[in-house]
Design a protein around this ligand. Structure first.
Ligand SMILES: [Zn+2]
Ligand SMILES: [Zn+2]
Length: 353
């Protein structure tokens, strides 16, 4: 008994000492410098080694709020460059937190122009520009992308001038400021980018009444990724995802949305209830995404743009209810910070950056 009391006393004493120690400026400085070294050490996995394709989930949420997920964003790494499919609000912070150098951002591909896909365009533009991007930032998108990009350029014109005044033309060169809109029409599948062995094909998906919503297929060194964008179950997606190594498909658990609609109606939130009643028609359920992956013969399926965001174990189980009956393996829920490696030699590895 006495020994136990002495041991407890010793532990408490150490805790008090530790509490005092972290208030000593030299100890505080050491902890800060250690954290800085970790934060500035760059990604812990080589991302630009050119070994096949890599996919980083920079945003896996939807317009419904989640403290754990940025709005939608998928980064694809090929060779010495990376590319963003959509840039939802909060996603550039995930790119920065992972230590990914903004200078290597080659282009942004927009699946469509809904707000949850374009909210961080200005952050991606600024971060890659002052990071050392070699030119203006190309932004590929459907009809309407010119207005979005020109509007963003106009909104941040004053900011661009200030950045150059702050940091000089070497860091913030005016001739590389801003984005260039590159509209495409994916009514028929169309190759919108082909450079250094990377081919990006856009194809139409089902997101009515949004016109021109598309998905993208990336092919590089024999490996392939399809990002669905926002879509209900789509035959055209299945056709364009044939044999793909990784299908990144949006998913909305309509059985959960139905309960959310009832709860909103019960609480007298009529507008919210109406929105929850509307959204099932233009998104795919987890089971539909699994069926699309099977029909396409996709090697791996990762679900993203998760509505509602399943941020704990119980909600994840509810979200995925019924999926195992359609596809029992090689299906996963995305989370912010997930990295999928598709090396040239084959296979797929999942790590957290
Ligand atoms: Zn969306
Ligand atoms: Zn959408």
């Amino acid at each position: 008994m006495k020994t136990a009391l002495i041991a407890i006393g010793a532990v408490l004493g150490l805790l008090v000492l530790a509490g005092v120690a972290v208030r000593v400026p030299a100890v505080e400085d050491h902890l800060f410098e250690t954290a800085l070294a970790r934060a500035t050490g760059g990604p812990r996995v080589p991302l630009f080694d050119g070994d096949g394709l890599k996919v980083f989930f920079c945003g896996t949420g939807s317009p419904l709020p989640s403290k754990k997920r940025a709005q939608t964003c998928t980064a694809v790494f090929a060779g010495d460059r990376f590319f963003l499919v959509d840039a939802g609000t909060g996603s550039w912070e995930n790119i920065q937190a992972a230590g990914i150098p903004g200078a290597k951002l080659g282009a942004i591909f927009l699946t469509h122009l809904h707000s949850d896909h374009i909210g961080d365009l200005s952050e991606a533009n600024l971060g890659s520009w002052v990071g050392g991007r070699p030119g203006k930032l190309p932004v590929y998108g459907p009809d309407g992308v010119v207005g979005v990009v020109e509007g963003e350029n106009a909104a941040f014109a004053a900011d661009n001038v200030y950045r150059t005044l702050h940091h000089g033309e070497a860091i913030a060169p005016p001739d590389r400021a801003g984005m260039i809109p590159l509209p495409f029409n994916a009514a028929e599948p169309i190759v919108i980018y082909e450079q250094d062995g990377l081919k990006v094909t856009a194809f139409e998906v089902a997101h009515a009444p949004v016109s021109g919503a598309s998905g993208f297929r990336f092919d590089y060194k024999g490996r392939s990724v399809v990002v669905s964008g926002d879509t209900a179950y789509s035959d055209n997606l299945v056709a364009n995802a044939k044999g793909v190594d990784l299908l990144v498909h949006e998913a909305q658990a309509n059985h959960m949305v139905a309960k959310m609609q009832a709860a909103a109606a019960g609480a007298g939130a009529a507008n919210t209830a109406k929105i929850f009643a509307d959204i099932p028609s233009y998104h795919a359920t987890p089971e539909e995404a699994a069926r699309a992956a099977n029909e396409a013969g996709a090697g791996q399926l990762v679900l993203t743009h998760l509505t509602p965001a399943p941020d704990n174990e119980i909600s994840r189980r509810i979200f995925m209810r019924g999926v195992a009956k359609v596809r029992s393996q090689n299906v996963k829920l995305a989370e912010d910070g997930l990295l999928v490696l598709l090396p040239e030699a084959g296979g797929a590895d999942f790590v957290k950056l």
